[in-house]
Write a new protein. Structure first.
Length: 94
């Protein structure tokens, strides 16, 4: 905050923060790697379709319908794993 307004530092410049701002990035890399702290703060959408990927998605939908408790547990474990990766990255940076 600067003078009661929200702002970001971009290089040497301070710019006003707009909560409606969205940034979309695209890559031609088939399997891009992002650091855990970036991965946890972003939504990464992989448009590569494979048979295994489709099977995994279908299995998840079936589990979500038949055993919503397992689907919730999986989502919680994924969140814990992402939080752990971010924490590890923060600790390694010290």
């Amino acid at each position: 905050r600067s003078s009661g307004r929200r702002c970001l530092r971009l290089g040497e410049k301070e710019i006003n923060y707009n909560p409606n701002f969205r940034l979309f990035l695209q890559t031609k890399l088939s399997n891009p790697h992002y650091p855990p702290d970036i991965q946890a703060e972003c939504t990464v959408i992989n448009f590569t379709v494979t048979e295994q990927g489709l099977e995994d998605q279908l299995l998840f939908l079936v589990v979500k319908l038949e055993r919503p408790d397992l689907a919730r547990t999986k989502a919680e474990l994924i969140q814990q794993q992402n939080d752990g990766k971010v924490r590890l990255s923060d600790l390694e940076a010290l």
